[in-house]
Design a protein around this ligand. Structure first.
Ligand code: NAD
Ligand code: UDP
Length: 325
């Protein structure tokens, strides 16, 4: 039997999805990229359109769709706070109805399915670093809940389809990931700081900048995602954290970017958004043990590649997906 597979990537035109599609095509697979282009643009996958093994479908995961596939990577969901808060009800629908539709497809096709879950499952964590056993501290009533609770419900659906219907599932919890092809106006911290520095605008630090994040380079993340999907270890459903355990304050990040880009930009301070987690760092013991995975690209090197990419594009060609960025 051929090991080449028909693989569906939902959210495949996005920042992580487009790189994943590339990797899967390089491995010789047939790739179907499904996206509604809410937070991405076709330019992310334009270079793949001539590949006979690549298909692009404009579709919304909240609506059922019938395809024949061997594997599904479910990435469709706005990921940046400004975008997922723009239409919070739609965000919840995307996570929940998207998971139901994709799990239904996986059940019908007997396909393996991977969910791109998130460190937001842990909310504003009281345990540090965060292991997968930590159940989290999420404010169900806050402005981040549409994303956090949607992703939590999706994890529940994945486990229930696994237990009740025998669906072969994988769950990874992704910690802050950055790299080339981040939308320049997605409002996330690295894309904001690089864009601001390149355009000579003020660098906007929310709060006093003492909150921490741990930043994983895109290629490391996608490698971990593929290893999780391909693992044949019996009973390995996850969740497994995928992220870089090196932690930085947001102020340290801003200073590093100012050091790397020659700019007249200055640091300015803005109010900290509601429920913004104060600390975040993955415990990656399980990823090391089960996937033999660890990140290989540290922040300075990954930032350089990202800055080079931002320099190579015309930022004005990008349309902010929502008014807040
Ligand atoms: P992204 O916004 O670039 O990609 C998401 C893609 O999903 C976009 O192309 C968007 O148009 C598409 N999409 C959104 N709603 C859709 C819908 N209803 N139907 C079809 N397509 C839809 O963000 P990303 O960083 O590439 O994130 C990809 C996945 O990884 C998301 O599920 C996100 O929650 C998860 N994740 C990312 C990070 C990170 O730091 N990058 C961290 C944790 C989790
Ligand atoms: N942040 C910031 N300035 C910005 C954008 C974000 O200081 O212009 C902060 C934000 O408040 C948060 C951290 O950077 O503490 C990471 O934000 P991001 O939106 O990238 O991701 P998340 O909060 O989901 O980890």
């Amino acid at each position: 039997m051929s090991s080449l597979k028909r693989i569906l990537v939902t959210g495949g035109a996005g920042f992580l999805g487009s790189h994943l599609c590339e990797r899967l095509l390089d491995m010789g697979h047939d790739v179907i990229c499904l996206d509604n282009f809410f937070t991405s643009q076709k330019s992310n996958v334009l270079h793949l359109l001539d590949n006979p093994n690549f298909e692009l479908i404009r579709h919304d995961v909240t609506v059922p769709i019938f395809l024949e596939v061997d594997e599904i990577f479910n990435l469709a969901c706005p990921a940046a706070p400004g975008h997922y808060q723009f239409n919070p009800i739609k965000t919840m629908k995307t996570s929940v109805m998207g998971a139901i539709n994709m799990l239904g497809m996986a059940k019908r096709c007997r396909a393996r399915i991977l969910q791109a879950s998130t460190s937001e499952i842990y909310g504003d964590p009281e345990i540090h670093p965060q292991p997968e056993t930590y159940r989290g501290c999420v404010n169900t009533l806050g402005i981040r809940a549409c994303y956090d609770e949607g992703k939590r419900a999706a994890e529940t659906l994945f486990m229930d389809y696994h237990r009740h219907n025998g669906v072969d599932i994988r769950i990874i919890r992704i910690f802050n990931t950055y790299g080339p092809r981040m939308h320049p106006y997605d409002g996330r911290v690295i894309s904001n700081f690089i864009r601001q520095a390149l355009l000579g605008e003020d660098i906007t630090i929310f709060g006093d900048g003492s909150q921490t994040r741990s930043f994983c380079y895109r290629d490391d993340l996608v490698e971990g995602m593929i290893r999780m999907m391909n693992s044949e270890e019996k009973g390995l459903t996850g969740p497994i954290n995928i992220g870089n355990p090196h932690e930085f304050t947001i102020r340290q990040l801003a200073e590093l970017i100012l050091e790397m880009i020659d700019t007249k930009s200055k640091l300015v301070y803005r109010p900290l958004p509601m429920d913004d987690p104060t600390q975040r760092r993955p415990d990656i013991t399980l990823a090391r043990k089960h996937l033999n995975w660890k990140p290989t690209i540290e922040l300075r090197e990954g930032l350089q590649k990202t800055i080079d990419w931002f320099r190579s594009i015309k930022i004005s060609d990008y349309r902010p997906p929502t008014p807040r960025y």
